[in-house]
Design a binder for this molecule. Structure first.
Ligand code: G6Q
Length: 555
C-alpha cells in the first residue's frame, strides 16, 4: 500500500503550504469562491470555502487522493473485502441501509438477505410494542425503554433518538444507561414503573463489563420490584451478535435481534442497535434515517472525486491536519437536538483514526486523527470559542445548521442562524489592529486607552471552517449527515494508510482494570498494602482502600 507521504503529490502539497492562503484577500479577490468551493448531495450543502485553500491546493489534494488510491480503497469496502485486517473483518455498514437491493458478499454469502430479514423482525416488534400486542407481564403497555449499552451500543442510538425528537411517538420515553457507575442506573430507574419498562440490552459481544454489570443490576431491580422472574421474557430484549451469551443471561432468543461481525460497534446504529430509535419514533422513521444514509452512500460510491462530498471533506481534513498542522477540530451543531453529535463524532473519528501504525504495522510517517470536541451553538460561543478566535493554536471547525427549525418559536431560529453565520465570518475575517484602533477611536477613547486596548481586540482570522447546511433536520438529512462523516473518516484513514475499523487502544486499560478489581477493598474490608503497581497507582489504591475499610465503622 502506498505511503502517501513518500509521493511527489505529498511534497507538492508541502511546498504549497509554505505560502499560506490569506482568506480575507482570497474572498475579496474572487467573488466566485463560495460557489466553487461548495457542493450539495443527499440534502446536505457543504461550503468549504472558508478553509485556507485555493484552486492549486485543491487540485493537489485531488492528485494526492489519486496517488493514495482512494477509489480502490472505497471499492474494497463496498465489495466486502476484509479491510479491517487486524480483526479479519469486512466493513459493511453500508449494507444495513441499502434500499437498492444490491447484494453484499461476505465469505461468499449474500448478507443483504440477512439484513432484510432482521429489519422485518424489528419492524414487527416495534409494531407489536406500539400496538400493545407485546406488553408488560401485568398487561400494561411498554411505553418506557431503557437501553443499556456503552460506546457504539450507546452513543449512536442516544444521539439519533435525541436528534429525532420531533418524530417521537406520543407518550413514549427512552433512557440510555452506559456508565458502570451505579449512579447512572440508579438515577435512571428512580421513579420508573417496571411494569411499563422494556430493557434493551445492547452489546455486540455481550461480554462488556459495564453493560453486563448494568444488565444484571437492572434484572435484579426488575425481579425485586415485580417478584416475578419469568416476567423477564416480556421486559428484556437483546441486541447482539452473541446468541449463546444472550441465552445464558436468560433472554428468550425470540426476543433477540442480531447483527454481524462486519458491523463495527461505532458504525452500528443502522443495525439492530437502532431498535431504541425505532421504538421511540416508529419503524418508518428509522427506515427514513437509513434511506438518508443510503442516499449519501450512493453519492459517495458514484460521484467523481472532485464532486464527492465525503472525499472532499476528508481532503480538507488532511490539508488542515498534515499541512496546516491543526491538531484539534471542533464540531459545532447549531441545533439543540444535535447536542450529542460532538460526543458521537468524538468516538467515530477518534476511535477510528487515532492510530499511529500503518496497516502493515509500520509507524505512520504523518500525523493522523485530530482531537475532536464540541458543544451545540450558541452555548460554546460563551465558553471555549475564545480560544478558537484568539488562542495560540489554530483550530478547525465544522458548523452545522438547519435553515428551518422543527419547532419555530418567535425569532429564536433567526437568532441562532445569525450566530451560526457570524461565527464563521468572524473566524475567517478576523480583525486587524487598524480596524480595532478605528473602532476604539470611534468610541471616543483617548490615544493611551486605544494603545492599551487595541492589541487585545485583534483577531488573527484565517481560522478554517466548514459550513454544513440542510433545509431541516429530518430523519433523511440526519442519516445523510452521519453517513457523510462516516465516509469522511474512512477516506482520511485510507489516505493515511491506517485501519480505521479496529480499536486496540482501548484494550490495555480494560485488562489493567480487571487486574486491579480484586485489589480493591469491599466496604469494611481490610486489604494488605498494594505493591504490585507503580508507586502512584499503589498509593491511590491504598488511599481508596483506607476510605472503604473505614466505611463499615461509620455505618
Ligand atoms: C466501537 C467500539 C466500542 C464498543 C463498546 C461496546 O466501535 O468497539 O465502543 O461499541 O465497547 O461493545 P459491545 O457492544 O460489545 O458491548
Amino acid at each position: 500500500m502506498t505511503d502517501i507521504t513518500k509521493t511527489g503529490e505529498w511534497r507538492a502539497l508541502e511546498a504549497l503550504s509554505a505560502k499560506p492562503v490569506d482568506l480575507r484577500a482570497a474572498f475579496s479577490r474572487d467573488p466566485e469562491r463560495a460557489q466553487r468551493f461548495a457542493l450539495e448531495a443527499a440534502g446536505i450543502y457543504l461550503d468549504f470555502s472558508k478553509n485556507r485553500i485555493n484552486d492549486e491546493i485543491l487540485a493537489a489534494l485531488l492528485a494526492l487522493a489519486k496517488a493514495g488510491e482512494l477509489e480502490a480503497a472505497k471499492k474494497r469496502m463496498f465489495a466486502g473485502e476484509k479491510i479491517n485486517a487486524t480483526e479479519g473483518r469486512a466493513v459493511l455498514h453500508v449494507a444495513l441501509r441499502d434500499f437498492a437491493l444490491r447484494a453484499y458478499h461476505v465469505d461468499g454469502e449474500d448478507v443483504s438477505k440477512l439484513v432484510r430479514a432482521e429489519r422485518e423482525k424489528m419492524r414487527d416488534f416495534v409494531r407489536r410494542v406500539h400496538s400493545g400486542d407485546f406488553r408488560g407481564v401485568s398487561g400494561k403497555p411498554l411505553d418506557t425503554v431503557v437501553n443499556i449499552g456503552i460506546g457504539g451500543s450507546d452513543l449512536g442510538p442516544q444521539m439519533a433518538t435525541e436528534a429525532l425528537r420531533p418524530y417521537w411517538a406520543p407518550g413514549r420515553r427512552a433512557f440510555f444507561v452506559s456508565n458502570v457507575d451505579g449512579q447512572h442506573l440508579a438515577d435512571t430507574l428512580e421513579g420508573l414503573d417496571p411494569e411499563r419498562t422494556l430493557f434493551i440490552i445492547a452489546s455486540k459481544t455481550f461480554t462488556t463489563q459495564e453493560t453486563m454489570t448494568n444488565a444484571a443490576s437492572a434484572r435484579a431491580w426488575f425481579i425485586e420490584k415485580t417478584g416475578d422472574e419469568k416476567a423477564i421474557a416480556n421486559h428484556f430484549v437483546a441486541l447482539s451478535t452473541n446468541e449463546r451469551a444472550v441465552a445464558d443471561f436468560g433472554i428468550d432468543p425470540a426476543n433477540m435481534f442480531v447483527f454481524w461481525d462486519w458491523v463495527g460497534g461505532r458504525y452500528s446504529l443502522w443495525s439492530a442497535i437502532g431498535l431504541s430509535i425505532a421504538l421511540q419514533t416508529s419503524f418508518d422513521i428509522f427506515e427514513r434515517l437509513l434511506k438518508g444514509a443510503h442516499a449519501m452512500d450512493e453519492h459517495f460510491r458514484t460521484a467523481p472525486l472532485e464532486a464527492n462530498m465525503p472525499a472532499l471533506l476528508a481532503l480538507i481534513g488532511v490539508w488542515n491536519r498534515n499541512f496546516e498542522n491543526i491538531s484539534a477540530h471542533a464540531v459545532l451543531p447549531y441545533d439543540q437536538h444535535l447536542a450529542r453529535l460532538p460526543a458521537y463524532l468524538q468516538q467515530a473519528d477518534m476511535e477510528s483514526n487515532g492510530k499511529s501504525r500503518r496497516m502493515d504495522g509500520a509507524p505512520v510517517s504523518c500525523a493522523t486523527g485530530p482531537v475532536i470536541f464540541g458543544e451545540p451553538g450558541t452555548n460554546g460561543q460563551h465558553a471555549f470559542y475564545q480560544l478558537i478566535h484568539q488562542g495560540t493554536d489554530v483550530i478547525s471547525s465544522d458548523f452545522i445548521a438547519p435553515a428551518l427549525s422543527q419547532e419555530p418559536l418567535g425569532d429564536h431560529h433567526e437568532k441562532l442562524l445569525a450566530n451560526f453565520l457570524a461565527q464563521t465570518e468572524a473566524m475567517m475575517l478576523g480583525k486587524t489592529e487598524g480596524e480595532a484602533r478605528a473602532e476604539l477611536e470611534a468610541q471616543g477613547l483617548t490615544k493611551p486607552e486605544v494603545d492599551a486596548l487595541a492589541p487585545h481586540k485583534v483577531f488573527p482570522g484565517g481560522r478554517p471552517t466548514n459550513s454544513i447546511l440542510m433545509e431541516k433536520l429530518t430523519p433523511e438529512t440526519l442519516g445523510a449527515l452521519l453517513a457523510l462523516y462516516e465516509h469522511k473518516i474512512f477516506c482520511e484513514g485510507a489516505l493515511w494508510g491506517i485501519n480505521s475499523f479496529d480499536q486496540w487502544g482501548v484494550e490495555l486499560g480494560k485488562t489493567l482494570a480487571k487486574a486491579i478489581l480484586p485489589e480493591l477493598a469491599k466496604l469494611g474490608e481490610e486489604k494488605p498494602e498494594a505493591s504490585a503497581h507503580d508507586a502512584s497507582t499503589n498509593a491511590l489504591i491504598n488511599r481508596i482502600n483506607a476510605a472503604r475499610a473505614a466505611q463499615k465503622n461509620d455505618q
